[in-house]
Write a protein that binds this ligand. Structure first.
Ligand code: 4AD
Ligand code: MG
Length: 456
């Protein structure tokens, strides 16, 4: 059996329990430095936390002197030794090595991760090694904490977790950005009808909301959108709650509570990783997060947003006109310059939004939609009240030239026990990007898929 190490995270957290005792750790070597006095200092990282453990190797111990020659950046080792208070600045503890086992060597002549800072673009080309870097390791731990907290948030509020299908026959968002599924032998005939990778689990979540009351789905979604931007992926994860007997106000409140909950959790649980991002990526990280963790959204209508943008005195690349979609530059103006906090834009023109959104009774021109915008990223959440009236929904579908037969089941939900309901989708990677400050969304997911780029 492989000997189990004490996680480095635990050594730092409970150091008094381990001081002056013989312990064992496993991990990967980040650096080795040899002093003239016959001592090597190696930095070991085991991924359990941001910190490395410093290991002291005395060359006066004959067998260690031989082993240390083979220890290079990237190799994996098990080390036994005595944990000591460190006399030097920089770390509170260090491990005085007694014995070292090398599991796997790494040839320094070819190991791609060297001491210098590599560009994120380069790191994406070596996706099999990039989690061993400080940045991707920290992003991964933050993403894990967010995913865990998402489940806790919804479970604590009585939502049921459902798994909506990856293979689907509908294009929820109606934007035609679907990947079609074909098999090598049978083309698109495998299912007897065209099928696609899902763009959203919402329509199926609605089925379960209209039976179980409050549900959420959390899984991968796919968009064949040819946009090479810093906030688009072809495969991304989305959490989508759906509530029966709820309207847009309930939806806004849920989204706000969720953002407060998730950010507070990350601020509490990922201090070290966030501190790294503050230091190297975004100096204003903590104040930016505090604002979103505590403040309530500014809620404005789309019509008000258009007026504000027109009167802003800014020169935008894209036109600002009632009926035109808000672009990233408009979203960022509203949240970064105008309000300096999250902004919920509600009641968009129905022509801009998908068929399922509830038409507002008072004006017929707009739907009960909400887009939630945050600084740096722009839209992070999209949601709405759903059209639950059969006739109005049918009319919307006709106006959007949809094939009614394909969505008869969706219409049927409006024939049998229909009820007001609402939900939203939070893009996980945009949220991770917002929290960590990484410039490109491709750093917020372990294996990014974008047009022209899919590794492994
Ligand atoms: O606004 P979207 O398209 O909304 C929906 O899919 C709804 N069906 C959700 C619902 O009401 N249940 O997408 C929701 C969120 C966006 O706000 C954004 O954060 C993220 O998903 N998103 C993307 N993230 C990365 N790459 C892309 N290509 C994304 N497209 C959307
Ligand atoms: Mg949207």
């Amino acid at each position: 059996m492989v000997r189990k190490g004490i996680p480095v995270k635990k050594l730092f957290a409970d150091m008094n329990d381990f001081l002056d005792k013989e312990i064992f750790v496993n991990g990967w070597i980040r650096t080795r430095r040899d002093s003239k006095a016959g001592i090597s200092f190696i930095e070991l990282n085991d991924g359990s936390c941001f910190k490395n453990l410093q290991i002291i190797v005395e060359h006066s111990t004959p067998h260690l002197k031989e082993i240390i020659k083979k220890i290079n950046t990237g190799c994996s080792v098990g080390v036994s030794g005595v944990l000591r208070e460190s006399p030097a600045k920089g770390q509170p503890i260090e491990l005085d090595a007694r014995d070292i086992t090398i599991y796997g060597e790494a040839d320094p002549a070819s190991y791609p991760l060297q001491k210098k800072r590599h560009s994120f673009e380069f790191l994406r080309q070596i996706a099999h090694l990039r989690p061993r870097t400080n940045t991707i390791g920290a992003v991964t731990r933050v993403r894990n904490q967010i995913s865990y907290a998402i489940h806790q948030f919804f479970q604590e509020r009585g939502f049921y977790y459902i798994h909506t299908p990856i293979i689907t026959t509908s294009d929820c968002e109606g934007a035609g950005e679907v990947f079609q599924i074909i098999t090598e032998g049978e083309g698109e005939n495998f299912f007897g009808r065209p099928t696609y990778l899902t763009v959203s689990g919402q329509l199926q979540a609605e089925i379960y909301a209209l039976a179980l009351g409050k549900v959420y789905t959390f899984g991968p979604t796919f968009r064949a959108e040819n946009s090479n931007t810093r906030r688009h992926l072809s495969e991304f994860w989305m959490v989508e709650p759906e509530m029966a007997f709820a309207d847009l106000e309930d939806d806004l409140n849920l989204a706000q509570d969720m953002l407060h909950y998730l950010i507070s959790r990350v601020l509490d649980s990922c201090k070290e990783d966030l501190e790294f991002f503050r230091k190297f990526i975004d100096k204003g990280l903590f104040s930016r997060l505090e604002v979103v963790a505590t403040e309530s959204f500014e809620v404005i209508t789309y019509t008000e947003a258009i007026e504000m943008l027109k009167n802003s005195g800014e020169s935008f690349e894209f036109p600002v006109e009632w009926g035109e979609d808000l672009q990233a530059e408009h979203e960022r103006f509203l949240t970064e310059k105008k309000f300096k906090k999250p902004v919920a834009v509600i009641h968009y023109p129905r022509t801009l939004k998908p068929f399922y959104m509830k038409v507002n009774d008072d004006d017929e021109r707009t739907v009960a939609a909400m887009d939630i915008l945050v600084p740096e990223i722009g839209e992070i959440i999209g949601g709405s009240e759903r059209e639950y009236r059969y006739d109005v929904l049918l009319e919307q579908m006709r106006q959007k030239n949809m094939n009614i037969d394909d969505y008869q089941w969706y219409l049927d939900l409006r024939r049998y026990g229909s009820a007001p309901h609402a939900g939203f989708g939070l893009g996980l990677e945009r949220f991770v990007q917002f929290i960590t400050g990484v410039q490109n969304i491709r750093e917020a997911i372990p294996f990014p898929r974008t047009p022209g780029h899919a590794l492994f």
